[in-house]
Design a protein around this ligand. Structure first.
Ligand code: SAH
Length: 354
């Protein structure tokens, strides 16, 4: 067992079986042994690759998305330029480079990042220079907020509930001998339809994070764009562990694999609307095409970038990231819809999660 595995086993022996949310939190963010606290997991040599690490085009287009919204809302100065869960800082570096084409925007921006890993905070500081790291999304300055998040919500701890013969029960992690194993907690009063064996997931922290961001945007202006894999009102067990780009047993080596779950965008959109924002929802592929990825890739190809066309396909094609990844945008009611979200009917309806 890993050192973190021994700590987790001790906690289970002392306090009983553990929620999946507690397990994820310890595995990802334990200050000494957590996955994000101890390493830089991104890219070909790491455990997984994210859209900003695939191509500079991704961050550039998201930077232009923010720039268009900033212009549409009267170029407020100063404003908070923000990212939550910035990883290596690649997305923000590419976004800021693209924003420089807009006069006055770089000078007006005050960069604020929310990052839980002290190790990744250092990586981001080296990459991006002058910036402020915040503890929480509730700490953003009281000014217009232009915010990006890529593959942030999928890393937040989830709870799982499974329908047994007598009703729903939380899936908990306990010990079988010396090994970690899933089991079920006591039957709960949960008034939800579902066949026996069915699993549903909840991410308790996510709606509060969206509420804090949406309240600021509704009051002061701005826009937020959340891109992640997942869907709308999805069901089923989507908890997974990745190591060296391959799925592994999520209980086998705590702290040494990336743990994620698909994001359910429906409660996030509901939280944003309740806080006074307009929302739009689309696929990553449709958003990037609307933002001009094909023209940008063609220009890079013409200037000798042989990887640009392949990267654009990987980011947008239905068989690759284009459909699995979704984008949720929030903006102040009454402000123009941001680029890629103008079409009528773009507001959430329903779609299968997988
Ligand atoms: N956006 C980057 C990194 C995605 S990985 C990219 O697309 O490449 C998830 C990021 O969120 C990491 O930077 C991780 O350290 C951070 N993170 C995870 N949980 C967090 C939390 N609760 N609060 C703040 N940051 C968190």
């Amino acid at each position: 067992m890993t050192p973190l595995g021994r700590l987790i086993a001790d906690e289970i022996r002392a306090s009983g079986p553990m929620s999946l949310a507690r397990y994820m939190e310890l595995c990802l963010l334990h200050p000494r042994h957590g996955y994000y606290s101890t390493r830089d997991p991104f890219g070909a040599a790491g455990d997984f690759t994210t859209a900003p690490e695939i191509s500079q085009i991704y961050g550039e287009l998201l930077g232009l998305f923010l720039a268009q919204a900033w212009l549409d809302q009267g170029a407020p100065t100063p404003f908070t330029l923000a990212e939550i869960g910035p990883g290596r800082g690649t997305l923000m570096a590419d976004a800021r480079r693209a924003m420089r084409v807009v006069p006055g925007m770089a000078e007006a921006a005050r960069l604020h990042l929310v990052e839980a890993s002290a190790h990744l905070q250092h990586v981001q500081q080296d990459r991006l220079g002058v910036l402020t790291h915040l503890e929480s999304v509730t700490d953003f300055p009281d000014s217009p907020l232009f915010l990006l998040a890529n593959e942030f919500f999928d890393a937040l701890p989830i709870q799982q509930f499974q329908r047994g013969p007598d009703g729903w029960a939380e899936r908990l992690i306990g010990l079988q001998g010396d090994r970690l194993a899933f089991g079920l907690g006591p039957v709960m009063r949960l008034d939800l339809p579902g066949a026996e064996g069915e699993v549903i997931e909840r991410c308790p922290a996510a709606p509060a994070i969206v509420t804090a961001i949406a309240e600021r945007i509704a009051a002061r202006g701005g826009v937020a764009l959340f891109v992640d894999y997942g869907g709308w009102n999805g069901r089923g067990d989507t908890f997974q562990a990745l190591s060296e780009h391959k799925p592994v047993d999520p209980l086998a080596a705590p702290g040494q694999a990336d743990l994620t779950a698909h994001v359910d965008f429906a409660p996030l959109a509901a939280a944003a609307q309740a806080a006074g924002c307009a929302v739009g929802y689309t696929t990553q592929g449709a958003l990037l095409v609307a933002l001009g990825i094909n023209a940008r890739a063609a220009r890079l190809t013409a200037s000798g970038d042989s990887a640009a066309a392949g990267a654009a396909r990987r980011l947008t094609h239905a068989d690759e990231m284009g459909h699995l990844f979704k984008a949720l945008a929030l903006w102040p009611q009454g402000a123009p819809a941001p680029a890629g979200f103008e079409r009528a009917g773009m507001t959430p309806t329903s779609d299968p999660r997988r």
